[in-house]
Write a protein that binds this ligand. Structure first.
Ligand code: NI
Length: 160
């Protein structure tokens, strides 16, 4: 288990486009394990590779209370989205802040898993929000670009 340093906004690595992963390597496999450890340690519901300084299209998401439902998404693409939800969002790269963002209420994501197998995953509400937020990171985007109103201070640490 290794906890990686989470890059904080405005670190330039957070605004770069990430490269697709074409094959699984020992290095990437370790990266994914470290990303899960780092996300859980930080109390987040998602983490994208650029947040640990790696410009690859890899993100992890787990919205469960007990860290039991990890999603590992490699080269993820949103193939369907519908509905709308407006709510507060935060980011481990911008600790202590949150802001209101509108996202689709339901998304279908195609990706590869940690075994480089094609998967299709689906999320509604918080899970849809987390998928959108993390996939945005892989293309150099932060939620603050989509902010409705002011960035607010938050007292709790649970962030995406
Ligand atoms: Ni984030």
């Amino acid at each position: 288990m290794a906890i990686r340093n989470i890059r904080k906004y405005p670190d330039p690595v957070l605004s770069k486009e990430c490269k697709k992963v074409d094959k699984m390597t020992e290095r990437i496999s370790i990266l994914i394990e470290d990303m899960l450890d780092t996300m859980y340690e930080a109390g987040g519901v998602g983490l994208a590779a650029p947040q640990v300084g790696i410009l690859k299209q890899i993100c992890v998401v787990d919205i469960s209370e007990d860290c039991s439902e990890p999603y590992v998404l490699i080269n993820p693409v949103i193939v369907e989205s519908d509905g709308e939800q407006t709510g507060d969002e935060g980011c481990l790269s911008l600790p202590g802040k949150q802001g209101t963002v509108t996202r689709p209420n339901h998304v279908v994501v195609k990706a590869l898993n940690e075994n480089m197998e094609e998967i299709t995953v689906e999320g509604t509400e918080l899970l849809a929000r987390a998928f959108c937020h993390e996939i945005d990171h892989l293309h150099g985007h932060m939620y603050i670009e989509k902010l409705e109103g002011e960035l607010k201070n938050t007292s709790y640490e649970a962030q995406e």
